[in-house]
Ligand binder design. Structure first.
Ligand code: NAP
Length: 249
């Protein structure tokens, strides 16, 4: 499923909304955070490299956006209490949470299952799948208080159809697709929180370059060129879209 071709977000699409983005310092997370802020949102920038988050913060302020928040966090080592602290801080300082974009991820190794290093496997599953579960769990009470909240998990083509050598990365994305369906089903009847997954497709980022080093990068869309579906899925225009696996391209 794709978003409507003709979709044009109004300039203040996300006004008064607080949206948390993981992996906000680089790649797609960076571009989408800037786009959310440009459309009125207060963005909580979560990531592990503070200098990158500060650059995004400065860009948002320079563009006249609402003051963002920086939340340094390494998803590899974070435990349930850390996510509870994060939710508590958002509640205490911003008073609400309207959107949650799970974007941070690691590629891990591209190798056969038979040779996959177990330590790398556990790290990739921790960052890509366990962390989104714990973060979502901690944020749900806040999200349920919002009139129209959106949770968006970032998937991949290899999270919808298995492919040789994609190992823990692909398995983590399959897991997120399952989490999307389960959570969407649980929240269907009794809450206004909608849950979907998005596959960005091939995008010109560091992760893509690591996965396809020989590819012509110039032929790929930039992160800035694929922000529209993210805006649509975070804003009120997608209110009826629930439990869907969407493609950004
Ligand atoms: P990227 O440029 O490598 O950015 C990934 C972001 O995740 C970085 O900001 C990184 O932080 C953060 N991150 C990684 N490990 C973390 C950890 N332990 N704790 C906190 N943050 C962590 O990747 P991207 O291409 O933009 O990918 C964004 C999402 O799209 C991912 O979920 C990816 O799987 C998905 N995706 C991308 C493509 C593509 O072609 N690019 C295709 C399909 C799906 P640092 O900057 O500090 O490293």
């Amino acid at each position: 499923m794709k978003i409507p071709d003709s979709y044009q977000p109004p300039p203040q699409l996300l006004a008064d909304r607080v949206i948390l983005v993981t992996g906000a310092g680089d790649g797609i997370g960076r571009a989408v955070s800037l786009a959310f802020a440009a459309h009125g949102a207060t963005v909580v920038l979560l990531g592990r490299t503070v200098a990158k988050l500060e650059q995004v913060y400065d860009r948002i302020k320079q563009a006249g956006g609402a003051e963002p928040a920086i939340y340094p966090m390494d998803l590899e080592g974070a435990v349930a209490d850390d996510y509870a602290d994060l939710a508590g801080r958002i509640d205490g300082q911003l008073g609400r949470l309207d959107g949650l974009l799970h974007n941070a991820a690691q590629l891990g190794a591209l190798t056969a299952i038979e040779h996959y290093d177990p330590v790398t496997w556990l790290r990739v599953i921790q960052v890509n799948l366990n962390a989104p579960f714990m973060l979502t769990r901690a944020c749900l009470p806040l999200l349920k208080r919002a009139a129209d909240a959106s949770v968006l998990f970032t998937s991949s083509g290899v999270g919808r159809r298995g492919r040789a050598y994609w190992g823990a990365y692909a398995v983590s994305k399959f897991g997120l697709e399952g989490l999307t369906q389960i959570l969407a089903d649980e929240l269907e009847e009794n809450s206004s929180v909608r849950v979907n997954s998005i596959n960005p497709g091939a995008v010109r980022t560091a992760m893509r370059a690591a996965a396809y080093p020989a590819e012509n990068r110039a032929a790929l869309p930039t992160p800035e060129e694929i922000v529209l579906p993210y805006l649509y899925l975070m804003g009120p225009d997608s209110r009826e879209v629930r439990g869907q696996a969407l493609d950004a391209q």
